[in-house]
Ligand binder design. Structure first.
Ligand code: FES
Length: 109
């Protein structure tokens, strides 16, 4: 079974996954800090991760993922944890969540 290694700030979480399982599902199982606000439906983009090794062993980004993070994932190495499916061993950097900017209206208060 494929192994997913999650890393953040010198910490490490290792998950053994079923082929086709998402990175977010694997992270949840081992309590790696991949964030989500939408519970994995592809709406929040808080689950962004950076692939350190094994991009070719993840599913190809679909149209939803390309719409959300752009077509330069092969340059940035970024993927959405809820969309990327695991088909072999990969090493993943868990990125810090980017919180939505406050709206102009809320800044006036
Ligand atoms: S968990 Fe919300 S977009 Fe991936």
């Amino acid at each position: 079974m494929p192994i997913v290694r999650f890393e953040q700030d010198g910490r490490e979480w290792i998950a053994e996954v079923e082929p086709g399982e998402s990175l977010l599902e694997a992270a949840r199982r081992v309590e790696a800090p991949v964030q989500t606000l939408c519970n994995g439906i592809g709406a929040c983009v808080q689950c962004r991760v950076r692939v350190i090794d094994g991009m070719e062993r993840l599913s190809t980004p679909g149209s939803l993922e390309r719409d959300r993070i752009g077509n330069i994932f092969h340059i940035t190495g970024e993927r959405m944890g809820c969309q990327a499916r695991v088909h072999g061993d990969v090493t993943i950097e868990v990125l810090r969540a980017r919180l939505p900017r406050r709206s102009r209206r809320s800044k006036r208060r």
